[in-house]
Design a binder for this molecule. Structure first.
Ligand SMILES: Cc1ncc(COP(=O)(O)O)c(C=O)c1O
Length: 382
C-alpha cells in the first residue's frame, strides 16, 4: 500500500487540491523535464535527428506497458481527445440507418464528433441515460441499458470507462463482448480513468482508446495518447505529415516522397509530434505512474473516496454504490442543487479545490492527498 506522495509535488501546504479530474499538478520530475526540454530547445545544435523518433517511441512503450499493448507502434501521439477521435470518425465504416451508441452527459469531445458523423451519414445517435440517481441499482441498470441499446445496426459504441461527472463505472469487458457480437466497434475515451483505474487492452479489446495526458497520466497539457487496433491499419489520417511516412528517419531523403506509412498506428500521429519540451515531460509523468503502479494508485484513492462516501451518506447525500463507482473520481449529488453556489463559496474560502460538473460535485484525489483533507471536505457539508 502506498503512502501519501505529496513531497513529489509542489502544492502549497494550505491547499486541498481534490481536482485531478480537472488537471493534475505537475510532479517535480515532470516540471524539471520540461525545463530541461526548454533549455535544449534554446540550443538547437543539441537536437539530433534521432531525437525526433526516440522520445516518441519511449512514450509509445511507456503507455503500451501501462495498458498492455504489446506492439508500441499501435500507440499514436495526439494533442487531444478530439483529435484522436477525429481519426476514428474519418475511418469508421457505416451504412445509412446504422446507429452510434454513446452515454448521456458524456464529455463533449466524445459527442460532437458523433453528432457530425450522424448528420453527415444519416445515422441514428443513441444516447443512453442513467436511471434516476435516487434509485438503488443505478449503476447496474445504466450498464444494462447500454447492453440493450447495442443491436445489429450499431456501428460504434463510444464511451468512457468511468463517467467524467460522477465516476460511474462501465463494464467495458461486457460491453465490448456485446459490441463484437453485433459487429460494432468499441471506442473508449480513457481520459478520466487510464492511470488511476487498470485498463487492459487485451482483456477489454477496444478498437480504439484515446486519452488526454494532463489528468490521470500526470502529463502536460496538449499531449494525448491513442491506441488504434487493426481495424484502422489501412485508414487515412486526418492530416498528412512527413514524419509518419516510411523512411522519414532519413532527413536528406524526405524529398523522395513515399506513399507508405510508418507501421501500424504511427500514421495517426499529429504533425510536429516530437515536441522537445512536452514529450520529455510526458515520459517523466508516465514513468512516475508506472513506478507507483495503477492498482496502487487506485487503492490509495479508493481509501480516500470511501471515507468520503461513508461520511456523506451518513449526512444524507447521494453517491453511487461502491461497486459501480470508480475509486479515484466520485460525484456527490446535493440534497438541493440550489445549495451548490454557497457550498462552492465555502470550499473556495477553505481552499478546497473540487469541480461542479453536470449536477454532481466532483471530487478526484490523487497520491498527494491524505485523509485529513477528505475530513476537511466532509466538514463543509451540513
Ligand atoms: C472524459 C474527458 N475526455 C476528454 C477530455 C478532454 O478533451 P480534449 O482533449 O478534446 O480537450 C476531458 C476533459 O475534461 C474529459 O473529462
Amino acid at each position: 500500500m502506498l503512502t501519501c506522495q505529496r513531497s513529489h509535488f509542489t502544492l502549497p501546504d494550505d491547499l486541498h487540491y481534490l481536482n485531478c479530474a480537472f488537471m493534475a499538478p505537475l510532479a517535480k520530475t515532470v516540471r524539471e523535464a520540461g525545463i530541461a526540454g526548454i533549455d535544449r530547445r534554446s540550443a538547437p545544435h543539441l537536437i539530433e535527428p534521432s531525437d525526433f523518433f526516440e522520445e516518441s517511441d519511449l512514450i509509445r512503450r511507456l503507455f503500451g506497458r501501462l495498458v498492455n499493448i504489446p506492439d508500441p507502434n499501435r500507440v499514436a501521439l495526439v494533442p487531444s481527445v478530439s483529435y484522436g477521435l477525429a481519426n476514428v470518425t474519418k475511418n469508421v465504416v457505416t451504412s445509412p440507418g446504422d446507429n452510434i451508441v454513446i452515454l448521456e452527459e458524456q464529455f463533449p469531445s466524445n459527442v460532437y464528433a458523433w453528432q457530425r458523423l450522424c448528420s453527415e451519414r444519416n445515422l441514428e445517435l443513441r444516447t443512453v441515460p442513467p436511471p434516476l440517481a435516487k434509485h438503488g441499482g443505478r449503476g447496474l441498470e445504466w450498464n444494462n441499458r447500454i447492453l440493450t441499446e447495442i443491436d445489429r445496426r450499431t456501428a460504434v459504441v463510444s464511451l468512457p470507462h468511468a463517467h467524467w461527472t460522477d465516476g460511474t463505472l462501465f463494464d467495458l469487458v461486457q460491453i465490448g463482448r456485446r459490441a463484437r457480437e453485433c459487429n460494432a466497434l468499441l471506442i473508449v475515451d480513457g481520459t478520466q480513468s487510464v492511470g488511476a483505474l487498470p485498463f487492459d487492452i487485451q482483456q477489454i479489446r477496444p478498437d480504439a482508446l484515446v486519452c488526454a495526458g494532463y489528468k490521470w497520466l500526470l502529463g502536460p497539457y496538449s499531449t494525448g495518447l491513442a491506441y488504434y487496433g487493426p481495424t484502422f491499419d489501412e485508414g487515412s489520417p486526418i492530416e498528412e505529415n512527413w514524419i509518419t511516412r516510411l523512411g522519414s528517419e532519413n532527413f536528406a531523403d524526405l524529398v523522395r516522397y513515399r506513399n507508405d506509412y510508418q507501421p501500424a498506428s504511427v500514421r495517426y500521429d499529429v504533425g510536429e509530434r516530437s515536441n522537445f519540451t512536452l514529450l520529455p515531460m510526458l515520459a517523466a509523468a508516465l514513468e512516475l505512474v508506472t513506478a507507483w503502479t495503477v492498482p496502487a494508485i487506485e487503492d490509495y484513492c479508493r481509501t480516500l473516496t470511501t471515507t468520503l462516501a461513508i461520511g456523506l451518506r451518513e449526512r444524507g447525500y447521494w453517491v453511487e454504490e461502491d461497486r459501480w463507482r470508480s475509486g479515484h473520481l466520485i460525484g456527490i449529488r446535493l440534497k438541493d442543487p440550489r445549495d451548490s453556489y454557497q457550498l462552492s463559496q465555502r470550499l473556495h474560502e477553505r481552499k478546497i479545490a473540487v469541480s461542479f460538473r453536470g449536477d454532481a460535485l466532483r471530487v478526484s484525489p490523487h497520491l498527494y492527498n491524505d485523509v485529513a483533507e477528505i475530513e476537511a471536505l466532509i466538514e463543509e457539508f451540513d
